[in-house]
Design a binder for this molecule. Structure first.
Ligand code: CAA
Ligand code: NAI
Length: 246
């Protein structure tokens, strides 16, 4: 059991990569808070895990709202008394070419994908500082590292996560908190379902492993960074992308 009795809060855990991580974490002994905007899917996934004998709690949250995040942390602390692991995984896309991108779509992606990570980390960190340890993992993307056609807003937010991760690694290391990011490549979830087939095919042709990622591939990277096996890893960006660009 790599996460025995740890409490992990995973945002965006009602679907895709976040849910794969929730499942992987409970299998390793963690208690998991499924923090998600989607109430129907979140409750469903909570019940699925509980029925299998795991300890899980769904909390509805909009990570872009400070008040909503504060409530999420209050509910989590009152149930479990602590948060050992925070995975800032919630994210959205609103893709368009630069010249066609609407101001509100630029802003919304920054609000959720960037401000959301700031909000959650700022609210959770005091509890980690109090207990003298913690693990923070935030989800960047291959798009934030190398750029991607149609993703001005998304790439900006995902690149900014790298800067925040390194800053927090420096600020919080001496408090016993490890801060890292994962940069997934194209991964088989709802998020890529709307990507035109020709774009997927051209991405696949650039991946040495010749396939898209599976949610479990990314969940396993989160697990490593959440576990004691990564206690000397801090401020890093772990690329989990089949080697799409090196
Ligand atoms: N590489 C190179 N050129 C590309 C391209 C690409 N990946 N995608 C589009 N283009 C080109 C098109 O071939 C086209 O060229 P021409 O004008 O010469 O014909 C031009 O750019 C405009 O493309 P569209 O005709 O498709 O323009 P559109 O306005 O209808 O749509 C778009 C633009 C919404 C960005 C659409 O192309 C699209 O959805 N692309 C995929 C974006 C993408 O990869 N999103 C990733 C989502 S998954 C995710 O975000 C997870 C993650 O972290 C990776
Ligand atoms: P997904 O769309 O399957 O899941 C995202 C989850 O986030 C959903 O359950 C959604 O309800 C939730 N969410 C959206 N807005 C929210 C908000 N304001 N507050 C709380 N929850 C919210 O997507 P996927 O693929 O599982 O994405 C997970 C993370 O991985 C995202 O940060 C994404 O940007 C990132 N990523 C995904 C890649 C992919 O190819 N699928 C590649 C690289 C990064």
């Amino acid at each position: 059991m790599r996460l025995k009795d740890r409490v992990a809060l995973i945002t965006g855990a009602a679907n895709g990569i976040g849910y794969a991580a929730a499942r992987r974490f409970v299998e390793e002994g963690a208690k998991v808070i499924i923090a998600d905007y989607n109430e129907a899917e979140g409750s469903l996934k909570q019940n699925e895990l509980i029925e299998e004998g795991y300890d899980a709690l769904f909390v509805q949250v909009d990570v872009s709202s400070k008040e909503s995040v504060q409530r999420m942390v209050e509910v989590s602390i009152s149930k479990y008394g602590k948060i050992d692991i925070l995975v800032n995984n919630a994210g959205i896309t609103r893709d368009a070419m630069l010249t066609k991108m609407k101001q509100e779509d630029f802003q919304q992606v920054l609000d959720v994908n960037l401000t959301g990570v700031f909000n959650c980390t700022q609210e959770v960190v005091p509890f980690m500082v109090e207990q003298g340890k913690g693990k923070i993992i935030s989800t960047s993307s291959v798009s934030g590292i190398y750029g991607n056609v149609g993703q001005t807003n998304y790439a900006a937010a995902k690149a900014a996560i790298v800067g925040m991760t390194k800053t927090w690694a420096k600020e919080l290391g001496r408090k016993g908190i490890n801060v890292n990011a994962v940069a997934p490549g194209f991964t088989e979830t709802n998020m890529v379902a709307t990507v035109p087939e020709k774009v997927i095919e051209s991405m696949k042709s650039m991946i040495p492993l010749q396939r898209l990622g599976k949610p479990e591939d990314i969940a396993n990277a989160y697990l490593f960074l959440a576990s004691d096996e990564s206690n000397y890893v801090n401020g890093t960006v772990l690329h989990v992308d089949g080697g799409i660009m090196m």
